[in-house]
Design a protein around this ligand. Structure first.
Ligand SMILES: [Zn+2]
Length: 240
């Protein structure tokens, strides 16, 4: 009797999140999903949504005990900021002679279309080890491997990030489509999963192609569909 009650208790603990999922489903506004609202952020020095910021602080303290200083290179990024990054890259590639389709293909190796960055949600961060001397570009995959400066941080994050809720969306998996491998980019799953669920309900053809966006003539419905399937959904399965 006692053990069956215990089993029932364990079973209900296990299934509780499944049953309550529908009830607790959160709907985010388009402004939040597209990076047009900063209202939910913790503060200027920790530009993350409040629950993600609190989890980050715990992870930061744990890493610091091991001599690793988790430094945020990029946290929340607004739609306007992403748009200016996109337009700058587009113009530079155009000046270098790339056709519109080559241009966009090149940009989306690492950068997103404005309105589609996970950084818009305040749940994702680009991290390096701030205890190491910075030389040139820091967000370079080689620096997280071999004799690179961020190898210790990467190994610590590999072991510990998940228990604080942080996961790599853009894993080093040759079968994963979309954006290239980004060993620096972490996502706070407890928030970014429901945000993605809300995000998937939007009509991207309506919200993405806006005035003043370079290359917008090439952003056809066919392109948007492929971008959605490969780039937006081309992430570690634990974040979906
Ligand atoms: Zn990033």
């Amino acid at each position: 009797m006692k053990s069956s009650l215990l089993l029932l208790f364990l079973f209900s603990l296990y299934t509780l999140p499944l049953f309550s999922q529908g009830k607790n489903e959160v709907h985010y506004t388009e402004d939040i999903l597209l990076g047009k609202s900063e209202a939910q952020l913790y503060n200027d020095t920790l530009p993350l949504a409040i629950p993600a910021a609190k989890a980050f602080i715990k992870m930061y303290k744990a890493a610091k005990k091991e001599g690793i200083l988790l430094e945020i290179v990029s946290g929340y990024r607004s739609y306007e900021r992403q748009k200016s990054i996109w337009n700058r890259k587009y113009k530079a590639n155009e000046a270098a002679g790339l056709s519109p389709s080559e241009n966009i293909k090149k940009i989306i190796e690492y950068s997103t279309l404005p309105g589609t960055s996970r950084h818009h949600w305040g749940t994702d961060v680009d991290l390096i080890d701030g205890s190491k001397t910075k030389e040139g570009d820091v967000l370079v995959a080689e620096k997280f491997h071999g004799n690179g400066p961020y190898v210790r941080m990467k190994s610590w994050m590999d072991q510990n990030a998940n228990r604080f809720g942080f996961f790599l969306p853009y894993t080093n998996d040759s079968l994963r489509p979309g954006f290239y491998y980004e060993p620096w980019h972490y996502s706070y799953a407890p928030l970014s999963i429901p945000l993605l669920q809300s995000y998937l309900k939007m009509d991207l053809n309506k919200v993405l192609i806006t005035d003043g966006l370079e290359g917008r003539a090439s952003l056809t419905p066919v392109f948007v569909k492929e971008y959605f399937e490969k780039n937006i959904l081309g992430i570690d399965g634990r974040l979906k």
